[in-house]
Design a protein around this ligand. Structure first.
Ligand SMILES: [Zn+2]
Ligand SMILES: [Zn+2]
Length: 338
């Protein structure tokens, strides 16, 4: 089967690999669509991945061999995240995404879905809600991340929200918040194409980062925000996000990055700010994300780039994504390669 295989020099040629054999309790799935994630970009462009790894973790597919499970061939599915142990401290707090007993994530030797076929645990498959296309279902994972970030933060419709970074994650969080009735969302983003897209997915305003107000010492800016979601992973954006918060405001870190921001702790103290990180998913997994995607309340056609790419086109697409030339989520269709 064709698969995009990471090489030490940062390239990702399509190679022919054996179709994986499902183990006990597993099924074989043909990948329909797999999204390109910021994590994939970090791993490939910054060369963190292990040579030989096949990346890709935002995917949907069709069962093609059911093994000894009860699933039928042809069933369209996504794979739900592993649930936590249920007994450790984070699990008891309802946060299995940071369960103390989860196996360490193997981002480096990953066997992912930038390939025609993958195996999956039969007990973690989720069928798609009626009317939800496989292509849209490939957004289940990033949508679950956006829902989790919104839930952890505790945003309510009356909040004034700033999103720094209008890439795929920032756009999805904007769209999820808008679908929940948040009306006042400002996206701060340097790329004009992404600012334009932000307005199309639910932002009430889209601004260039340098137009954000300078914060006066010890008190809020003139039009402060109650929440800021930092989705760019860029240190100055995080610093600006903190500066834009109102008294008792909350900064949510969502985007990872290489350079760490300098946190103005004096500001956090005087304004009694809360700073949290959001990673992974809620305890109920991908179900709510699939339901939201099926509801029609998300502008899926504006969140996803209109043209899907083949495995062969994936590596050059990553360069375009990193350069900010493609505002939305890019989906890979491994079935396009032979
Ligand atoms: Zn991801
Ligand atoms: Zn646990």
């Amino acid at each position: 089967m064709p698969a995009a295989v990471y090489q030490a020099d940062g390239s990702m040629p399509v190679e022919q690999l054996p179709i994986p054999t499902p183990g006990p309790g597993e099924v074989l799935v043909e990948v329909s669509h797999c999204g390109v994630c910021g994590t994939d970009l970090h791993l490939v462009l910054e060369r963190y991945a292990r040579p030989g790894a096949v990346l890709g973790h935002e995917w949907s597919g069709t069962v093609v061999a059911a093994g000894n499970s009860d699933w039928s061939v042809g069933t369209e599915i996504v794979v739900n995240p592993k649930s936590g142990c249920g007994t450790c401290r984070p699990c008891l707090l309802g946060r299995p995404s940071v369960c103390l007993r989860r196996p360490p994530p193997d981002y480096f030797g990953f066997r992912g879905a930038f390939a025609r076929y993958v195996t999956a645990p039969a007990d973690r498959l989720l069928t798609l809600p009626d009317g939800l296309a496989l292509r849209t279902a490939a957004l289940a994972e990033p949508t679950a991340i956006a829902i989790h970030a919104a839930n952890l933060a505790g945003v309510a419709p009356g909040d004034r929200v700033l999103v720094t970074g209008g890439g795929p994650v920032g756009l999805l969080i904007t769209a999820v918040l808008a679908a929940r009735g948040v009306r006042d969302i400002t996206v701060s983003e340097p790329a004009p194409a992404r600012r334009e897209r932000a307005l199309e997915v639910g932002a009430s305003e889209a601004v260039a980062p340098d137009s954000l107000e300078q914060a006066p010492m010890g008190r809020p800016v003139a039009s402060p925000f109650t929440f800021a979601f930092e989705c760019s992973g860029v240190a100055p954006a995080a610093e600006a996000a903190l500066d834009q918060l109102d008294y008792a405001g909350t900064l949510v870190f969502v985007g990872t990055g290489r350079d760490w921001p300098r946190i103005n702790h004096n500001r956090a103290i005087v304004l009694e700010l809360t700073i949290i990180g959001a990673y992974n998913y809620d305890a109920d997994g991908f179900g709510p994300a699939l339901a939201l995607l099926a509801s029609g309340d998300l502008p899926v056609d504006r969140l996803v780039e209109p043209v899907d790419v083949s495995l062969r086109e994936l590596r050059s697409t990553m360069d375009q994504l990193a350069a900010g030339r493609l505002p939305g989520k890019v989906l890979v269709r491994p079935g396009a390669d032979v």
